[in-house]
Design a protein around this ligand. Structure first.
Ligand SMILES: Cc1cc2nc3c(=O)[nH]c(=O)nc-3n(C[C@H](O)[C@H](O)[C@H](O)COP(=O)(O)O)c2cc1C
Length: 212
């Protein structure tokens, strides 16, 4: 009999690197949280995180996963631990290069935003500044974090206190995805755009009297 799924990979056979490679190719495309945090010395840290989603809408809450770098805690995780605030930005396709470069391994005393020439401006409800160039910025206050697995991954959740959305991108509370042109992460140093957008009818309850 023909096998439907000829390749089988036992999870127990994968080390951390192999599982990362496989999963970042499978869970695609991923939205990207481009996160500013503030160090205790006042350095504005900037880094992208594509293990990212929202976890609640009442109140609005976002979460992203921060791994370890060679066993060491990343600046973003350390800064959130220190002052409990961060700003999540959504980058459009024009920001692909600075976004990617902001993931380089900068020492904690060098702020990625300044090093990359990205202007920041004061936030409204948190002390962490936000990126001027990003079409969307969400000021967040830390809510909780959860540790997963054996490699030190920590999922950070924050409550959004205020959304900043560039003029023309949001009408009657609805974001125009085509106008936003959000950047998505694929595997490795590969990115995608939103591509063609197709519309289907809204979902509805299915009953015996009114089947599909
Ligand atoms: C597009 C993109 C997405 C990334 N997503 C994640 C992620 O979800 N979790 C993570 O720990 N690192 C992720 N990284 C790597 C971090 O951005 C990188 O380790 C960064 O240097 C961390 O910076 P920090 O030490 O200033 O916090 C990603 C890198 C890129 C380019």
């Amino acid at each position: 009999m023909e096998e439907r799924y000829p390749m089988r990979i036992l999870a127990a056979d994968l080390d951390n690197d192999a599982a990362y490679k496989l999963m970042t190719g499978i869970v695609v495309p991923r939205p990207i949280a481009w996160v500013t945090t503030l160090s205790p010395d006042g350095i504005v840290n900037l880094a992208p995180f594509s293990a990212f989603t929202f976890v609640s809408t009442d109140p609005p809450m976002l979460g992203f996963n921060v791994g370890r770098r060679d066993g060491a805690v990343k600046d973003t995780a350390r800064n959130i631990g220190a002052n409990g605030e961060f700003v999540v930005h959504i980058a459009d396709e024009t920001l692909m290069e600075p976004l990617h470069l902001s993931a380089d391994d900068f020492p904690p005393e060098i702020g990625e935003a300044a090093a990359l020439g990205l202007a920041v401006e004061p936030s409204t409800m948190v002390a962490v500044p936000r990126l001027a160039a990003a079409p969307i910025a969400m000021e967040c206050v830390f809510s909780q974090s959860v540790h997963f697995g054996r490699a030190g991954a920590e999922f950070f959740v924050g409550e959004v206190r205020i959304f900043h959305i560039r003029d023309g991108l949001c009408t009657h509370g609805k974001v125009d995805t085509a106008a936003l042109r959000p950047l998505a992460r694929l595997a490795g140093p590969s990115y995608g755009g939103i591509g063609g957008i197709r519309h289907v009818r809204p979902n509805r309850p299915v009953t015996a009297a009114e089947p599909l």
